[in-house]
Write a protein that binds this ligand. Structure first.
Ligand code: DLL
Length: 442
């Protein structure tokens, strides 16, 4: 553990620390952020009403719309001169959501990501290949400062320019790598095309996140590179990467860095807490942030939590993989479908590449799903490029049957030649909504 005192703290101590920080945060936003002062007044509360952790439920929610309404800096709680960094995440609506950090916020972020790298199996002596994009996106610089805080030698390669990434991986021999799971698989694919075996690299562990991925994708990454893959979660509104992390010992749920982020799991409709183990919306409150504190931020991410002991010795609450998003759930003819569920099924089918895209189409007045899959080069050669081949027809039937039985939706399966599905250098686009003619990505 990077910080055993905190990471394996007794529950009672952690809760006392959280309460103190929650009270400070409530005071900070009430006194410094107009939008929160108004929200508190509308609810008839003051920071003094927070006497226990349960009192968090008296506090107002923050939604993405609040960030848009206060674009760019309206939610900052410190004077401009105390802000040392600004990040943002690209929204579908054009303008990014903007977040800011003080010097201390950057220090805290470095520490939580250092903890995350150690949880993944990283060490101070590592060379660490950082293939997350550098820029307004928090992935690149977030992992960068975490690796530096740990004392590892970070290679700030960023995303893209895959052939160069491969040369650097071969020559620098990093023990650790990070990036979006889809992009790291693209690196493997490129290596294989060049006649190289990704298993021959020095990489021993990978830290993957920033987009949904499945257990099947984990198996694929671990097998392809012969590494240990752990899931890292975070969002710019709360800090960036490092809000929670899986440990390499258990690979079973992501430890939430509870001394900095307070997590509630709520029913997205009623906003009431769900029982432990049940899936609900993750709602985070920052506990120590200075420049951009957020109260009860509704992430839209769906997951469950467990307080069961973890074999790694950390005592923090663990969240499950993100199972989907409240807004990216596809509703087809009244049935809720999550892209992650589709990925889980698809990756079990032999002969398919781990690249896919879900196209939502409108046929007359009906919504339909076209599931675009891609054959692996080996199979493509075997069938001599003939999609009418009995093997493909059989696969098509199998996929359709599996989708119908797991997602309850009949999908039109479209086979594509190798490399036809667009590759990402950052977050993969899995769902394309074509229902209103113009191509809209969701
Ligand atoms: O994606 C921060 C990050 C960078 C996390 C690098 C992990 C690694 P945003 O661009 O603000 O920040 O996007 C946040 O991405 O609300 C989730 O929907 C999704 N997301 C992030 N991590 C995961 C994950 C970064 N491990 C949004 N699994 C979040 C599933 C994830 N979804």
């Amino acid at each position: 553990m990077y910080n055993p005192q905190i990471e394996s703290m007794a529950r009672s101590e952690m809760e006392a620390l959280q309460l103190e920080c929650l009270q400070t945060t409530a005071r900070r936003v009430y006194e410094n952020v107009e939008c929160y002062k108004k929200k508190f007044e509308e609810l008839g509360i003051t920071p003094e009403d927070i006497k226990s952790l349960d009192d968090i439920r008296k506090l107002p929610f923050t939604k993405k719309q609040d960030l848009r309404d206060n674009y760019p800096f309206g939610l900052f709680a410190v004077p401009q001169e105390d802000v040392v960094r600004i990040h943002g995440s690209s929204g579908t609506s054009g303008k990014p959501t903007v977040v800011g950090y003080t010097e201390n916020d950057i220090k805290v972020w470095g520490e939580v990501v250092a903890r995350a790298i150690v949880a993944a199996g990283g060490k101070k002596s590592d060379i660490f290949h950082n293939a997350y994009g550098y820029g307004l996106f928090t992935g690149g610089l977030g992992l960068h400062y975490g690796a530096e805080t740990l004392g590892a030698a970070v290679v700030p390669i960023s995303g893209g320019n895959t052939e160069r990434q491969i040369t650097i991986i071969e020559d620098f021999k990093p023990r650790g790598i990070c990036g979006t799971p889809s992009y790291i698989l693209n690196i493997a694919e490129k290596m294989q095309e060049m006649g190289k075996d990704p298993r021959d690299t020095a990489i021993e562990y990978g830290i993957f996140g920033a987009e949904p991925w499945s257990e099947e994708m984990r198996a694929k990454l671990e097998e392809t590179f012969n590494l240990k893959a752990v899931d890292i979660y975070g969002l710019s509104e709360i800090m960036g990467p490092g809000v929670s992390i899986e440990c390499h010992e258990a690979q079973d749920g992501l430890h939430v860095q509870e001394d900095h982020f307070y997590l509630e799991v709520l029913d997205p409709k009623t906003q009431e807490p769900v029982a432990e183990g049940e899936v609900g919306e993750l709602v985070f409150t920052s506990l120590t942030k200075e420049a951009f504190p957020v109260i009860r931020y509704r992430t839209g991410d769906l997951a469950s939590i467990t307080r069961e002991k973890c074999k790694c010795g950390r005592t923090t609450v663990r969240m499950s993989r993100v199972k989907g998003r409240t807004d990216d759930m596809i509703i087809i003819r009244g049935v809720n479908v999550f892209p992650s569920e589709i990925e889980r099924v698809l990756l079990q089918i032999e002969g398919l590449a781990p690249n896919y895209q879900i196209h939502l189409v409108r046929k007359g007045t009906m919504d339909g799903v076209e599931l675009h899959v891609e054959v692996e080069s080996k199979l493509y050669e075997e069938i001599a490029g003939d999609f009418a081949h009995a093997r493909v027809q059989q696969m098509k039937k199998e996929i359709q049957h599996l989708m119908k039985s797991t997602c309850l939706v009949t999908m039109h399966i479209v086979f594509n030649v190798p490399k036809a599905i667009p590759r990402s250098e950052g977050k993969a686009i899995r769902v394309v909504d074509l229902r209103n003619s113009d191509k809209v990505e969701v």
